[in-house]
Every structure is written in structure tokens, then in C-alpha cells.
Design a protein around this ligand. Structure first.
Ligand code: ZN
Length: 253
């Protein structure tokens, strides 16, 4: 069986290599997720912004079936040229899993076409998630409801388009609610936003959270990536007998 080629991208800014984030993920968030979702059907690499071409040179991007994206402080540093390339690759069929604070990443906002803002509060409160689409592949094997003991609250209203399939909903101790897992299609590509994953809590060590990310990767994996289509004026398949009412010089354009 062909393995799904997964690239886990993390901005991995210097502030992730010290202090509270380092304490939660001394190995790096990307490495924690890589080890946490590792399985025989996945071929996983990681990429960070400090690497050449921000971790995603063409040879990496063009051999990625599913890109997992975690970013927070460095969204604006991601080059627009790279965002263009990622967007195209998604439209051709690459899957994209957008985690936590990457709701404000350039690539997610580009693909959504909306501002993607939300409410937030960082007091380490409890979050309860509910599966609202148990039939969805991303929810397979996931308990009907489960708790993240300490989280950053992400609350409604969340400025995303309404063409997404809501797979998970969250309730927070402070009373807020949130669409915490939403699945979209953009042309040939599938996009999944999943909010749990604040960088100072060990949320990516939770087996249920990792199960969901693994499910999302498999759901988003394309059967085929379509290259750029060449647009042309095709020959008619039937004989056209209707007389063209346009004047000849107009018909030429
Ligand atoms: Zn956060």
C-alpha cells in the first residue's frame, strides 16, 4: 500500500525553545505530533520556518500529500510566495490540517476567504469536546465526549465560512462554546481545522487528540493530486448549427 506522505510544519520560533513552551514540548511540538501519530501507513517528516525556504522548498511541498500546520507568533513572517504555492497545492488535492492558533495563519485565512477571528481566554480552564458528526471519518474511534483538563479557551463567534462540516464542538468551564473541529473542501483539497493545542499545555500528548489528528490526516489524504489544468477552447462535440448572432469582429474575440 502506498504510504501517505505527511509533512508537519511548525514555525518553531526561538520562544518555543525556552520557558513554558519548552517545558511542555522540549522536543518541539512538531516532533511530539510526529511521534504521536506515527503509524505504518504514514511517511512523516517535519519542517520548521528556520530551514531553507521556510522549511517547504518545492521538492518537499510537491511530495507532500497532507500538510499539518502549527503557527502562532510567526504568521506574518511566512512569505506570500510560499502561501501561494501551498494554496495551489491544496487546490490540486493536498490535504491541510490547521491546528490551534493557525486559525490566523495566512494560508488558512486565504483558503477560507474570511478573517477567522475568535474569542480567547488563557486561564488554563477545562474544555469538554463533543463529537457532533459521529459518521465522519475524523470521528472514528473517538469517544462521544471527552475532556481536555487545561486549555486556552477559543470561543464563538468564529469568523469562518459556513460551508464546513462541524465534526467537534467544545464547551468551556467559563461558559463559552466553539466549533472546535471543522472540515472543508477547497477544489480538490480537503482542509480540517482543529482548535485544541495550546503550546504551554501537553495537549498533543493526549491519545484522543492524537487519534483525531491521525484520522484527519487519513481523511485529508488525496487519492490523486491533479496538476495544473491547461485551459483551452475545446472543439465542439456536436455540430453547431445555431447561427452566431454576434458580428464577425465580435465573434473573433
Ligand atoms: Zn494558544
Amino acid at each position: 500500500m502506498k504510504k501517505i506522505r505527511v509533512t508537519i510544519w511548525n514555525e518553531y520560533m526561538p520562544q518555543q525553545t525556552r520557558g513554558a513552551i519548552y517545558e511542555a514540548y522540549p522536543e518541539g511540538l512538531h516532533e511530539c505530533i510526529r511521534l504521536g501519530i506515527a503509524a505504518g501507513d504514514l511517511e512523516i517528516r517535519t519542517a520548521t520556518m528556520d530551514q531553507p525556504e521556510q522549511g517547504l522548498p518545492d521538492e518537499v511541498l510537491n511530495s507532500t500529500d497532507v500538510l499539518v500546520w502549527w503557527g502562532h507568533a510567526g504568521h506574518e513572517q511566512v512569505s506570500d510566495a510560499l502561501v501561494d504555492k501551498i494554496q495551489n497545492r491544496v487546490l490540486y488535492g493536498m490535504g491541510l490540517i490547521v491546528l490551534h492558533s493557525a486559525h490566523m495563519s495566512k494560508i488558512f485565512r486565504r483558503l477560507m476567504g474570511t478573517r477567522c477571528r475568535l474569542n480567547w481566554r488563557e486561564v488554563g480552564e477545562k474544555e469538554r469536546l463533543w463529537v457532533v458528526a459521529p459518521e465522519h471519518p475524523i470521528a472514528h474511534g473517538v469517544p462521544e465526549t471527552f475532556v481536555v483538563p487545561h486549555t486556552e479557551m477559543y470561543g464563538e463567534p468564529f469568523d469562518i465560512p459556513d460551508d464546513g462540516k462541524i465534526v467537534f464542538m467544545s464547551w468551556y468551564e467559563g461558559g463559552n462554546v466553539f466549533r472546535s473541529g471543522v472540515a472543508f473542501r477547497r477544489d480538490n483539497g480537503k482542509v480540517f481545522y482543529f482548535s485544541p493545542g495550546h503550546e504551554t499545555f501537553p495537549i498533543y500528548r493526549d491519545p484522543v487528540i492524537l487519534k483525531i489528528i491521525g484520522n484527519a490526516v487519513r481523511w485529508a489524504a488525496p487519492e490523486e493530486i491533479f496538476p495544473e489544468r491547461v485551459t483551452r477552447r475545446p472543439e465542439p462535440v456536436e455540430k453547431i448549427t445555431t447561427e452566431n448572432p454576434a458580428k464577425p469582429q465580435q465573434a473573433l474575440t
